[in-house]
Design a protein around this ligand. Structure first.
Ligand code: PMP
Length: 390
């Protein structure tokens, strides 16, 4: 029996640069001591106080079907958080609770793209982006953000791709590059969206991991609140990756339609998870800073080590939990470098090529193992690059 084009084309054909990740995982499963600096998962688990709130909610009976757009309590807390941080008037009618940011990305594209529509996204990109767009039947169109521009997309590149497109997906703070889009970049994005009548889908799941400058939500730019869907998540901010909880913030009508989509897809998010998320958000910025702090420490460790060498070039990441390293002086591709690092030193990093064309010749290092182990692995990585470059 034939399956739909939509589902059979979610995963692209050919090498997608993820072979190394699976190889490293297989080595770990076989008991080999691989240091994994690959995916974006904290080395700590969800805080016990959040788990206690989850337990209280579940034992208190919040285990039945929960209200579909999300509980009033959680939607209110999310709306208040977004309003306080962006200045944009936001109420519960602007908030849909989703099972994580990923399902929010899918739902948002489903809401704004029809079959065959062009949906823009920025390369380098988070791994699921093109598949998410293809999964709703749209055509995924990459727009490059260049290493020489510190991975900030150019308005001219966006404008060139925009005619006939329906949407633009951006992510700031950015995975994989660590870039935080500057005000000028965001102004350019807003201009292109307005000129070409595009929806902006703004993935802000790293909004609590800001090391340099400020994170500005493009929904707050003039005229943008009516055409922006913001994707938020508790995964990174509260180390709740496994709880699958996030949200979409957008115009009331879009949220009402997205709630109808949720009735026909997820049927909501477990009530006890929502109560735990509400508890976590109520703890305010202190808890978020505590959870983000290890990444700032390891970023500083990496920058210190990089000062003592000349082979690797790196832009200090402005946000998120990764570093993008330019290893072109080794003469290897990102993929070949990552392979040799894994084979020689049992350290796994992601080849830049897994995140698009723009980061070829780069590797992405996740700052996700404890400080001592990170220091040792990062120094070994740098020494490996230095030896290759000689
Ligand atoms: N967007 C980006 C940029 C991400 O890196 C991730 C997770 N790594 C997600 C969205 C999805 O996160 P979740 O579904 O866990 O909220």
């Amino acid at each position: 029996m034939t399956l739909s084009h939509r589902i059979t084309h979610i995963i692209g054909t050919g090498g997608d640069g993820w072979g190394l990740f699976y190889k490293a995982r297989a080595m770990v499963e076989a008991g080999q001591p691989v240091t994994e600096l690959t995916i974006g998962e904290h080395d700590i688990r969800t805080d016990p106080s959040i788990l206690a709130a989850m337990d209280r909610a579940a034992r208190g009976g919040h285990t039945g079907y929960a209200t579909i757009p999300g509980t009033d309590g959680l939607r209110d807390v999310v709306a208040a958080r977004v309003q306080a941080r962006t200045g944009v008037s936001t109420t519960r009618a602007n908030v849909l609770i989703t099972p994580g940011g990923q399902s929010g990305l899918f739902a948002a594209h489903h809401a704004v793209c029809d079959e065959g529509d062009r949906a823009l996204f920025i390369d380098p990109y988070y791994a699921t982006y093109p598949g998410t767009i293809r999964g709703v039947g749209a055509v995924a169109v990459p727009v490059p953000a260049r290493a020489e521009d510190a991975f900030q997309p150019r308005a001219a590149d966006l404008a060139a791709a925009a005619p006939g497109a329906r949407s633009l997906l951006v992510n700031t703070p950015n995975n994989p590059t660590g870039a935080i889009y500057a005000r000028a970049t965001l102004d350019g994005i807003a201009q292109v969206c307005t000129d070409h009548d595009l929806w902006l889908i703004s993935d802000e799941v790293y909004d609590t991991q800001v090391w340099e400058g400020d994170h500005l939500s493009p929904r707050a730019l003039p005229g943008m609140a009516d055409r922006t869907l913001v994707i938020g998540s508790m995964s990174k901010s509260h180390a709740m990756t496994g709880s699958r909880i996030g949200w979409i913030v957008g115009p009331e009508e879009a949220i009402a339609r997205l709630a109808a989509l949720a009735i026909h897809t997820t049927y909501g998010v477990p009530g006890f998870i929502q109560d735990a998320a509400q508890f976590a958000l109520r703890q305010g910025i202190g808890m978020e800073q505590e959870i983000a702090a290890p990444f700032a420490r390891r970023r500083a460790i990496a920058l210190e080590i990089l000062k003592r060498q000349t082979t690797i070039r790196a832009l200090p990441p402005q946000g998120a939990m990764y570093m993008m390293l330019d290893i072109r002086q080794t003469g290897l591709s990102g993929e070949a470098f990552a392979e040799s690092l894994l084979d020689t030193h049992m350290i796994a990093v992601m080849p830049g090529e897994s995140f698009g064309q723009a980061p070829a010749g780069h590797i992405r290092v996740a700052l996700t193992v404890d400080d001592a182990r990170f220091t040792e692995a990062f120094q070994t990585l740098v020494d490996h690059a230095t030896a290759l470059a000689i």
